[in-house]
Design a protein around this ligand. Structure first.
Ligand SMILES: Cc1cc2nc3c(=O)[nH]c(=O)nc-3n(C[C@H](O)[C@H](O)[C@H](O)COP(=O)(O)OP(=O)(O)OC[C@H]3O[C@@H](n4cnc5c(N)ncnc54)[C@H](O)[C@@H]3O)c2cc1C
Length: 257
């Protein structure tokens, strides 16, 4: 018979996540939800507790945890607040393309800093005309010498206005449509990036959901993830990993209802 009981290690992690939700999240959740604000001090405490970079390998300074461990933590934190948990989860979503496809140099340069001090990342795929149909993205990243020059608008991006790093999906070869899409690592302070809207949502209000405009944003070619033309593959593989987390989050919310 299949045994679904958790190992002692996972039970301990679950207990720690429950205690974290009770101590750090539940007392302040309603207030931040009303204000529509991310409680950055809770993000910092989640970092200290090891919940922010759970699935980052230990050799990069992360928790080295499995997808199951991550789902357990997500469910327990979501029992406290869906918005705050979305903030934490979206960080994992944005780092997953790097964990799956980055070179050792890219991991050192872009992922290790996330395990050294609290900061957030954002996954930038959706556009007004490209939600479920991710292949309809129109943002371009045109090769120019040693760089790509990004132009376009991404919407509904979790952590958009509070992240220090973006994973951006854009067409490096617009003539090829979705087959010309590529994934790029873009530091949020790169010139030409602006936050053009922050959504005033009905729910998950303690997470930040923003529109990001890229105007002649230049990133070096070494920031390409995987290969040119593989962007949608990178995005869809990442979403395969993220889906279980969304289910776990919904389970946590349902348990609290
Ligand atoms: C709180 C929040 C946070 C988000 N965070 C991020 C983020 O961090 N990064 C990011 O890139 N995006 C993010 N998104 C965007 C999210 O991925 C999109 O909302 C999602 O892909 C759906 O796209 P859409 O909203 O344009 O809806 P649409 O694609 O327009 O869909 C509208 C409705 O039509 C249905 N539908 C669509 N196509 C079909 C079809 N072919 N057949 C039948 N039914 C169909 C859908 O199921 C849905 O019910 C976020 C969205 C929200 C609400």
């Amino acid at each position: 018979m299949v045994d679904f009981s958790l190992t002692e290690e996972l039970q301990d992690l679950q207990r720690r996540a429950q205690e974290f939700a009770a101590r750090e999240i539940i007392p302040i959740a309603a207030e931040y939800d009303r204000r529509g604000e991310v409680p950055m001090h809770v993000v910092e405490r989640a970092f200290e507790a090891g919940f922010l970079n759970l699935t980052v390998p230990r050799e990069l300074g992360g928790g080295g945890c499995s997808a199951l461990a991550s789902a357990i933590v997500t469910e327990e934190l979501a029992y406290g607040c869906a918005g705050i948990t979305t903030t934490i989860m979206a960080n994992g979503l944005a780092l997953t393309p790097l964990l799956l496809f980055a070179t050792p140099e890219q991991l050192e340069r872009f992922v290790r800093p996330f395990c050294q001090k609290p900061q957030l990342a954002a996954f930038c795929l959706t556009e007004r005309q490209a939600g479920s149909d991710a292949g309809a993205i129109q943002t371009t990243a045109i090769p120019d010498g040693d760089s790509y020059v990004i132009n376009g608008v991404k919407c509904f991006i979790t952590n958009g206005a509070v992240a220090s790093l973006y994973t951006v999906f854009a067409l490096t070869d617009p003539e090829r449509g979705p087959r010309g899409a590529s994934a790029l690592i873009v530091p949020a302070d790169t010139p030409g990036i602006s936050i053009t809207k922050v959504e005033d949502k009905m729910g998950q209000r303690a997470s930040n959901t923003a529109e990001i405009t890229f105007k002649d944003v230049r990133v070096p070619k070494e920031n390409l993830l995987s290969k040119e033309g593989r962007g949608l593959q990178v995005a869809l593989k990442t979403l395969d990993y993220a889906r279980a987390g969304v289910g776990a989050l919904a389970t946590g919310v349902a348990r609290r209802a």
